[in-house]
Design a protein around this ligand. Structure first.
Ligand code: UD1
Length: 363
């Protein structure tokens, strides 16, 4: 019987851990899973809604770290997580993604000599100004087992000197959640609530500090939106960080002035899935959404200069457009006019990744 601590901290962790914990509960003879929530995200819309939608069990321990500077948040997770590990004495700790909680918990484990596995290892944007890139690089250096979503991630890890024995290409566990919930999401009333019956629409999400914490960049994106919303309504569920900077930069009036733009609160997993899965176009700076749109064949424009997920560009529906308004407008027009290239879903994004992860842990 393997005792496993599964760590979640922030919104993009929940849909990765849910299928793993569910699979562990199904194999109760072999796995004894614990769920620890660091509390990096804590608003009901950023956390609770996902527990409900994804049928995640209540966390065994909630660390309640909350927001703070990178140092303060990372340190708080480490201080509060260490006693949990010492008490539980797990065989493995499983961390996912690239948020501060991921690195903090991995670091605690390696110092205690407790084995740690990283799900979604090896992704690299090669942009070290991104906090997530530092979290990825360091977590992968110290983790004992690295589960990857694609073969370019394996190559990145090998190039960094990580022994091949530590790497397992298992596919994309987020797509397990996507496939499992697509049918359930059809029950969502979100499109009716937003009055989107019938007509086409686009969806936008923005939360990267490089976009929303820089007034000039944010303004450039809004300039593009002024044109795009003249063609198609854009629904914009705004992250709390984004809401804050809209107010700070005095952008509320400009946003409210755009008739076709609907700024709404962050959505839960099922409502958001229902919304983007029927969209004509998605504009985003999220990592996960680049993958989800590729899995569903929805055109995606990534409002960043780089991606750690190049497979979504090579095989999928993603285009990297940066934040130059002209480029965004042109790419949006091409997508809305249906100028699509042949596309495919990357290998092992098949909804069966959690099972492969468990098989490897048992080995
Ligand atoms: C974090 C992750 C990022 C991930 C994103 C998804 C890091 C370094 N960043 O960024 O990789 O893509 O989550 O959402 O780990 N806030 C709330 N309520 C919440 C959470 C946050 O109001 O429940 C506000 C706070 O003002 C906080 C700010 O949002 O200061 C930023 O939160 P934080 O967790 O620091 O980073 P994210 O931008 O959410």
């Amino acid at each position: 019987m393997l005792k496993i601590i599964n760590v979640v901290g922030a919104r993009p962790n929940f849909m990765k851990v849910a299928p793993i914990v569910a699979a562990m509960k199904q194999r109760a003879g072999s796995f004894d899973p614990l769920l620890i929530h660091t509390g990096q995200h804590y608003d009901a819309a950023m956390s609770e809604a996902f527990f409900r939608d994804l049928d995640l069990p209540k966390p065994d321990t909630y660390l309640g770290v909350g927001s703070g500077s990178h140092a303060a948040q990372t340190a708080a997770v480490m201080e509060r997580f260490e006693p949990v590990v010492l008490q539980a004495k797990p065989d493995w700790v499983l961390v996912v993604g690239d948020v501060n909680s991921t690195l903090a918990c991995a670091l605690v484990c390696v110092k205690l000599g407790v084995k740690v596995a990283h799900v979604e290892a090896g992704l690299r944007s090669r942009d070290r100004t991104m906090p997530e890139e530092i979290n990825r690089l360091l977590t992968d250096q110290i983790a004992d087992l690295l589960f990857t979503t694609c073969e370019d991630a394996d190559r990145n890890l090998l190039d960094e000197g990580i022994p091949i024995e530590r790497i397992r290409f298992v596919g994309n566990v987020m797509i397990d959640s996507l496939n499992k919930n697509l049918e359930r999401a059809r029950q969502s009333q979100i499109k009716e609530q937003l009055g989107l019956n019938g007509g086409g629409y686009a969806v936008m999400t923005l939360h990267r500090p490089s976009n929303v914490d820089h007034q000039e960049t944010f303004q450039r994106i809004l300039q593009a939106l002024e044109r795009i919303t003249a063609e198609v309504p854009v629904i914009f569920p705004a992250h709390p960080r984004t809401r804050k900077t809209i107010a700070e930069f005095g952008l509320s009036e400009r946003i409210e002035g755009m008739k076709g733009l609907r700024l709404i609160d962050p959505l839960g997993y099922l409502d958001f899935l229902a919304l983007y899965s029927s969209a004509r176009l998605v504009l985003t700076d999220s990592g996960g959404i680049q993958e989800e749109t590729t899995a569903l064949g929805i055109p995606c424009l990534t409002l960043r200069e780089n991606t750690e997920r190049p497979i979504t560009v090579e095989l999928g529906t993603n285009t990297i457009v940066g934040t130059d308004p002209r480029r965004i407008i042109e790419a949006a027009a091409a997508a809305l006019n249906g100028k699509a290239r042949p596309r495919s879903v990357p290998p092992l994004w098949d909804g069966k990744t959690a099972g492969r992860i468990l098989d490897e842990l048992v080995r």
